[in-house]
Design a protein around this ligand. Structure first.
Ligand SMILES: [Zn+2]
Length: 420
């Protein structure tokens, strides 16, 4: 931004910060967490403090302060507040529909104490994606001053009128450390992600680099740090790409079928039984984040963009019990097992996907009620799960799925070629 315009906004930020600081102090002292009460008691005072400012800043400062006071008082109640009073450190200025408006897609105008300021905007990909999906800008926004780059960063809210999304079916996703099994239209696809291999691979590479550089340059040298930075960046980008591509693929398929997505409800405790063998707690946490939490978050975010609902179910023992007979499955090697009642063979991930589906249909997210097993006809029922059917999955390597846009005609063609 031009220096002069930016200076006006720096002044504005200072006044806004002052108002928020005073309001937060008052709110915390009086136990106020509601905007309406704070505004009723203090609006006039802060308004007269900076009479040159458009009056709505006093209004949004009350909203901002009420929210800060609310979260501080809650933390204090839980004994987690580190200070006696909340510190107002980072300030983003809250704007309402009187204080800003978008002028087309190219500029934004903001009301300040020096009149309206017009700012030209640089849109990011994310913004355009939402606009193209029919989302519209909400009237509230926040703006943050980037003093170093002398620019403004706008935080916008999107809204959308949605018709009720009645899922016509479910797509269940069973996330593993190196692959995701996805049940779509009765077929379980296994998408290999190799996320834990990526994490572990980079970990050992960094370790080797460290040993080598420490020998030559001594510990914590600048060249070693440079290599570390590059490696970490590559790791991050690769993981992000894998997660987003897969999330997009799954959510698109769900949207096309008007289906909901079923995910396992993950606990906070990262000691998932699958990664227990990794002893280093930090490494275990990273594998968990990359392979489980991160993947889920990507799916959630994509699902929100497309308006696809996500259902969570209890993940306990999802691969232990036969979805048809309810009997235990005895596993041998290679993730294959045999049902102890029907004697049919199962792949572990196929079992998990079907059990997630049963739990979603049960609706309580708990263990599948037995009546549901009746719904799953043993021979050629609505769910294709006869004992004669191959309870197999279709594994797809990362290199193959990462290029697809959907599981439509082109992918079937590819699948055929792959199995040929
Ligand atoms: Zn069985």
């Amino acid at each position: 931004m031009p220096r002069r315009t930016f200076r006006a906004l720096v002044e504005l930020e200072g006044m806004y910060r002052n108002m928020v600081e005073q309001l937060v102090l008052y709110a915390v002292n009086n136990g106020i967490t509601k905007f309406t009460r704070l505004k009723a008691e203090k609006y006039r005072e802060v308004r007269s403090l900076y009479s040159q400012l458009p009056s709505h800043y006093a209004y949004t400062a009350c909203q901002d302060a009420a929210e800060r006071a609310h979260s501080f008082l809650r933390l204090r109640k839980m004994g987690k507040a580190r200070k006696a009073y909340p510190e107002v450190r980072g300030v983003s200025i809250w704007l309402d529909d009187h204080l800003w408006r978008a002028e087309g897609l190219t500029s934004i105008s903001m009301a300040t104490h020096r009149g309206r300021v017009r700012v030209s905007v640089e849109l990011n990909k994310h913004y355009l994606r939402y606009v193209n999906r029919g989302w519209r800008l909400a009237s509230e926004a926040r703006v943050k001053l980037d003093h170093k780059e002398r620019r403004l960063v706008f935080y916008l809210t999107f809204k959308k009128e949605v018709s009720e999304y009645r899922p016509k079916g479910y797509i269940t996703v069973d996330v593993n450390e190196d692959a995701e099994a996805v049940l779509i239209d009765g077929i379980v696809y296994l998408f290999e992600t190799n996320l834990s291999k990526v994490t572990l691979g980079y970990y050992y590479r960094r370790k080797r680099v460290q040993e080598r550089y420490d020998r030559v340059y001594g510990p914590g040298s600048r060249p070693a740090r440079r290599v570390f930075r590059r490696l970490s960046n590559n790791e991050r980008l690769l993981k992000r790409e894998v997660r987003w591509k897969l999330a997009t693929l799954i959510v698109r398929e769900a949207a096309r079928r008007q289906a909901a997505i079923v995910l396992e409800r993950l606990g906070k405790e990262p000691a998932s039984h699958m990664i227990e063998r990794i002893k280093n707690p930090q490494l275990r946490h990273r594998v968990f984040q990359a392979a489980f939490k991160g993947v889920q978050r990507a799916i959630e975010e994509k699902a929100r963009e497309y308006g696809v609902p996500v259902v969570y179910v209890d993940p306990r023992n999802t691969s232990r019990v036969c979805p048809i007979h309810g009997a235990e499955i005895v596993y041998g090697r290679n993730r294959h097992g045999v049902c102890s009642k029907g004697g049919e063979t199962w792949h572990r991930d196929v079992v998990a996907c079907y059990n997630l589906l049963l739990r979603a249909l049960g609706g309580d997210g708990g263990h599948a009620p037995s009546r549901l097993r009746v719904v799953v006809a043993v021979d050629g029922g609505p769910v294709p799960l006869g004992p004669t059917a191959a309870h197999e999955l279709t594994p797809i390597a990362r290199g193959a799925w990462a290029r697809w846009r959907s599981l439509g005609a082109t992918s079937e063609h590819k699948l055929m070629r792959m199995s040929a």
